[in-house]
Design a protein around this ligand. Structure first.
Ligand SMILES: [Zn+2]
Length: 303
């Protein structure tokens, strides 16, 4: 498959290089770790090891946002999380039960429960990732949780580059269950291309919003797809001009100090801020619409 945007990207990269401007950078962040549900091809331990191996080979430091469910709070799950810290990565909080913030007291207790689970681990870092990227259904809940995070010494680990790795992963697992010998190459290609496009779009929006390169935070998941193709993805990102930085380096960017005033759309910090400033429509495509569009694309690609 030929990437229509590839030539444009190289030209842009050359232009930025010639001007001596900073190249684009991003940090890799992995939600829902360590996912220990059964999948085709690889065991939970093999998936965890494969993701860590890809990061090590590429010399990339990343962060995993932990849950207690899906096997996280078991001896094996805690060992899998510890392996991240021991390899030099960060371990953050994604709530114990992957809750959607509705009831503040219940949500806060679940956040604290995850904190208790990860506090003793190497790499423990007070960064919090909201499940579904939703800061809350009401301004009261949102502000209450912002206060609770600050009191616990945590920061909101916002996302600037969302991806559909979780959806592509679902399709990949469904295909493998039906046919254990399915050709995986189309999934690899689609995944890498899709993420490069998401990254390009986020970068363009950040430039419109801030007039500069920001250090991006890319949302990925602890899943089979990344166990298989993370190395390819990192390689492609670098080939397209991206510098991979550690999570704390990315979150030092001032863009992450800008807490949205409105209830966020659950898609990305950049889209929420851009909507607030009228750069994109306030009722711009939300997660559900983006999800539906991606499903069509996957079907069109025969995946
Ligand atoms: Zn999640």
């Amino acid at each position: 498959m030929v990437r229509p945007g590839a030539a444009g990207r190289s030209l842009l990269l050359a232009a930025f290089g010639a001007l001596g401007l900073a190249a684009q950078s991003l940090a890799l962040t992995f939600d829902d770790g360590p996912n220990r549900v059964r999948t085709p091809l690889l065991s939970p331990d093999q998936r965890n090891a494969a993701i860590l191996k890809a990061l090590k080979e590429a010399k990339v430091q990343a962060i995993v946002f932990a849950n207690g469910i899906d096997g996280g709070d078991t001896p094996e799950g805690r060992a899998a999380l510890a392996a991240w810290g021991e390899a030099g990565h960060r371990v953050g909080n994604h709530t114990y039960s992957h809750l959607r913030l509705a009831d503040l007291a219940a949500f806060e207790a679940d956040f604290q429960r995850c904190d208790a689970m990860i506090r003793g681990l190497p790499g423990y870092t007070r960064l919090f990732r909201f499940p579904y990227l939703k800061e809350g259904a009401t301004l009261e809940a949102r502000d209450g949780m912002r206060k609770a995070l600050a009191e616990a010494g945590y920061r909101d680990a916002q996302v600037t580059i969302p991806t559909f790795d979780w959806l592509i992963d679902e399709h990949l697992r469904t295909r493998l269950k039906a046919d254990p010998h399915a050709d995986l190459e189309p999934y690899r290609t689609y995944y890498v291309e899709d993420v490069l496009d998401q990254a390009d779009r986020a970068r363009a929006l950040a430039l419109r919003l801030t007039g500069r390169e920001v250090a991006h935070a890319m949302l990925l998941h602890h899943c089979l797809l990344n166990a298989l193709f993370l190395g390819d993805l990192i390689h492609a990102l670098r080939a397209n001009g991206w510098t991979l930085v550690g999570p704390l380096e990315a979150y030092a960017d001032p863009i992450y100090q800008q807490a949205p005033r409105t209830l966020d759309t659950g898609t990305s910090l950049l889209r929420t801020l851009a909507a607030e400033r009228g750069l994109i429509p306030a009722r711009a495509e939300g997660l559900e619409e983006a999800y539906a569009r991606e499903k069509v694309r996957l079907r069109e690609a025969g995946l």
